[in-house]
Design a protein around this ligand. Structure first.
Ligand code: UDP
Ligand code: MG
Length: 309
């Protein structure tokens, strides 16, 4: 029997890119020996994306739609895609053709060789600006130094997993604050990387602003590392030593109270600054605990098309 490939595509306001994506991707998929389904997860698009998708689904039963009731974010869309996929292999990719469909036959070949996790790594990113590239390398350097799991720099949301891995992601990684790419790289199984050259966006514009990326990076650090929690201990030791030094200085020089005024003010400011930072860090962790505790849905599906179950 032919093997089934599920292609999961997250869609947020991509009306101009979708038809070309569909045409190119199916063009490549038809040349392979695999059967396929395209799962378009409409992440609460406010443009005509859903209409374009509905049109595709009408003429091709392999084009399936899972449509969210509002925007839940790219990560939630990928998770929904994994949940609804039924393939022996699953590829997640963007709708803007930055992840070239020509790579698919190569990915399928790796599956046939027995690989279960295939991380697609950008060779170079001409499309993102210099600032985005620098902050991204900085982020990967930091997270790899303070976390015990390894993150591949330049990894993208372009990856492929086997059915067993998808099942693990589906059943065991339901955290609300999450970084799917991080889990994919750290579930184990027989894995490999494959290089690809990112293309320019076919239409529309990037939905990831610097602010979104910052929040995302911060959450990733908090989710994958307990190092920030330990900062309090280091800061405490440091301030204790500083306090001792000031005490020794005062005792040895026997300076009068008025002359120590500056020291006191500086110390108080410094200590308060430290306290606020630490309280802030604890607050961030509590925020994560709180959102896990609330156990809100990762996504809400409003309508589906061609999905039978
Ligand atoms: N996307 C999504 N929900 C969002 C933002 C983006 O599903 O809230 C989709 C988007 O349609 C695209 C992919 O995620 O298919 C990557 O987004 P984008 O191309 O804007 O990011 P970039 O490639 O610039 O990092
Ligand atoms: Mg893109």
């Amino acid at each position: 029997m032919e093997k089934l490939l599920s292609v999961v595509v997250s869609v947020y306001n991509e009306e101009k890119a979708l038809e070309e994506f569909y045409r190119e991707t199916t063009g490549v998929l038809d040349t392979t020996s695999w059967d396929y389904e395209l799962i378009f997860v409409n992440d609460g698009s406010t443009d005509g994306s859903l209409k374009v998708l509905a049109h595709l689904a009408e003429s091709d039963f392999r084009a399936k739609i899972v449509s969210f009731s509002r925007n839940f974010g790219h990560e939630a869309a990928m998770i929904a895609g994994l949940d609804y996929s039924r393939g022996d292999a699953i590829i997640c990719m963007d709708a803007d053709l930055q992840h070239p469909p020509e790579c698919i036959p190569g990915i399928l070949k790796l599956f046939e060789e027995g690989y279960e996790v295939i991380n697609m790594v950008r060779t170079r990113n001409k499309t993102a600006g210099l600032i985005k590239n620098i902050t991204s390398s900085g982020f990967y350097w930091l997270i790899n130094h303070i976390s015990d799991v390894h993150f591949e720099a330049n990894a993208s949301d372009f990856f492929a997993v086997s059915r067993p891995v998808a099942q693990v992601l589906k059943n065991n990684y339901r955290e609300k604050v999450r970084f799917l790419r991080g889990y994919v790289q750290n579930v184990g199984f027989k894995k490999t990387t494959m290089e690809y050259e990112a293309r320019a966006r076919v239409a529309g514009e990037s939905k990831y602003s610097m602010k979104k990326l910052f929040v995302f990076s911060l959450n990733t650090i908090l989710c994958f590392s307990n190092m920030p929690l330990k900062l309090g201990i280091y800061a405490g030791i440091f301030s204790a030593l500083l306090g001792l030094a000031v005490m020794a200085y005062t005792l040895l020089t026997r300076r009068g109270a008025p002359s120590g005024y500056a020291t006191i003010v500086v110390l108080i400011c410094f200590m308060f600054a430290m306290m606020f930072v630490l309280i802030g860090i604890i607050g961030e962790y509590i925020a994560i605990l709180f959102s896990e505790l609330k156990d809100r849905p990762v996504y809400i599906v409003e309508r589906t098309e061609n999905i039978d179950r």
